[in-house]
Design a protein around this ligand. Sequence first.
Ligand code: GAL
Length: 810
Amino acid sequence: MRFKFFTAVLLIATISVATRAQQRIETVLQSEWKFHKGEAVDAYKINFDDSNWETVSVPHDWAIAGPFIKDGNGSTGKLPWKDEGWYRKKLNLTENYSGKQIYLVCDGIMAFPKIYVNGKFAGQWDYGYNSFYLNITDFLKTGSENILAIHADTRNHDSRWYPGGGIFRKITLVAVNPVHVDTWGTQITTPVIKPNYADVRIGTIIRNASAAGSEVTVKHSIMNPEKELVAEKSVKGNIASGSAQRLETTLTLSEPQRWDVAHPNIYTVITRVYRNNELMDTYKSTFGVREMRFTADNGFYLNNCRIQLKGVNLHSDLGPLGMAFNKGAMERQLQIMQSMGCNAIRTSHNVPAPELLELCDSMGLLVYNEAFDKYDRKADITDTTDFDAFAKRNIGNFVKRDRNHPSIFIWSVGNEMHDVQTNSNNGLWRLHTMVNYVHKYDPTRPVTMACDMTGQAANRHFDLYDVHSWNYQRRYELARQLEPEKAVIVSESASTLSTRGFYEFPLPKKPDDFTNSLQISSYDLNAPYWAEIPDDDFKWQQEEPYVAGEFVWTGFDYIGEPTPYDNRWVKEHGMTDENASRSSYFGIVDLCGIPKDRYYLYKSYWKPDETTIHILPHWNWEGREGEITPVFVYTNGDCAELFLNGKSLGKKCKNPRAGKSVDRFRLMWDKVKYEPGELKAVAYLHGKKIGEQILTTTSDPVKLRISPDRKVIKADGSNLSFILLEAVDKEGNVYPLADNKISISIKGEGKIAGVGNGNPQSFKGFQSASVNLFYGKAMLIVQSGVDPGKIIIEATSDGLKKAVTTLETK
Ligand code: GAL
């Protein structure tokens, strides 16, 4: 198989309105990067010899291939992310580029990137998660080869989770005429929304880098979600040489189609800039028409309907793929979350990839868009001596880049910033500075900050922002008492801990009963001392309508933060650093996206109209015959009857007024004595049977099963198929204890992008041609090449019949 990547730069003209010369050339710099990890002092120089360096494509994460550092720090994933690294790429700029202004737009480089063009320092940035851009025109030569060199350095970066290393999001080269729309240069708001019309206000920043002042006409064309032209209007202005000016105008849409979670209608604006009737630039933006408001006593309203936020927190890593952004992998994460009834995402705790917001716009997911984590503790930011300038550039880029996305309903300036909450180190002034910059760049949305220090609410930091936002345990109570005019968001709920497929007996007596197994029982009753189980949050929200909703910590497991089994815990319990885990137990689904039991608990409550009947634990307990083995059923029904080998173990009903939260949301038979065979749950809603579920004791596994989520993928060198591997018995039931090693062979137009199995204790590499099943399952991620064709994947394991599947790449 041949991996032929794009040899020349990939040219994507955003809009094909051809005039004399192409007006805007946007090129994603994906392939043919040279990469070196470690020091290379001369690597910025033009003639530096990089021929021995590895060839990589971007997005790239230099640490995800490992190997794991077994005695390393579990909190950041035990992967070799702390280092410096160099990237070099040739840019062949044809004559099409002559006379153009050329920008480099970077969406995320970990960390402290320094950019060199043709041997000269062109600029730098100080916050790895943020997008930034540089005008590199003066460093480039058109009609010839240019050298772009980027230094990334994580040695002074600290983090409370795995941050990855290198150019982990896309880089785009943008070439425009001297008169052009600035980067992120449109701001689209809908100041008036009535049932039969909406005003659309468009502010456009036009930059004039030409030698003479220019009279320009800026013409906006609005397309409805069906791509039909529905409004058009022009605005004129005079832009002095070497300056930029904002030109505003208002268009009216009749019968606007609202953006909503059920109907995510997106409008498109094509902005054309003319000078002396000649087209200079064409720029595309998207927006949505929707009304959003928080009420003091009744939470959040979207288009005049109260909507409970059923949200999850997502970190930036993509499990076995690490931090290297991939839109398909992100889309899959969001689809899995949405399938559970989730309607909102919090981008904990950093500026997300811009593609995440595009996906949320088009999928109908609300976004709590967050800028920073507690920078005064472990931080992405080391030097904030000039905080005002720091906040201005970082909040400025964050808000200007993202403000047209209809999915964003609130901005968060940060998570658990302790200096702010305690008002030390000028904390309140810092908060005020950040909030002011958000409001300056977007006066239309509320701002918040996620808090955790209960008593510090007395400092009234909430007077400086719009909505209360608190993590865990009803900590919002004092803030809400002191300021009842503001609604509440539970920005982090649950933090429930579990390992997919793993169960321990007896049930824990209290949430933070953890054992030396280094895994956490999947009965969903464990949480760290500061947090709670899902049922508690459901109950509290039922009791308090001013709570607009919750964001569960977390939707997916992530690399790092293996609470409680971090290096400190294992040492306190007589073990060594090598025993500390490398990824979290917080996820509703595991690191590979395989649902844990909790997925069904959330689905049963968040998606009441869809039938859910889920029985736990598995029913393979050889050696536990006659012993108490509690059985739980998660269902949207209100009652269920449980049968063991045909004998009823009784009917249980949820008690909607129960004081103990679990009794409201789960059905539990806690005296069941294990005997092998068949467990059956028959569920009822309002007295009517809604369905039944059967769980059987499986016999020994005899064969492998291979199930790709996508059989046809794009031949673009980055599209993915997530392939579930399982061991099944002769009846086709998954053997829930299987830990067989599976070898993978791939032929054709694809390669292995990653493997994993959701075990936070696994130190086998994520980029390997073999993987062990973990409680019966594992995940293989296959990536397309650039040639269309077939990918034949074979999974083999000693003693099991092999499984084969074929994907098509188009
Ligand atoms: C919160 C914090 C999160 C995560 C979580 C774990 O306090 O904001 O980033 O650490 O605890 O429960």
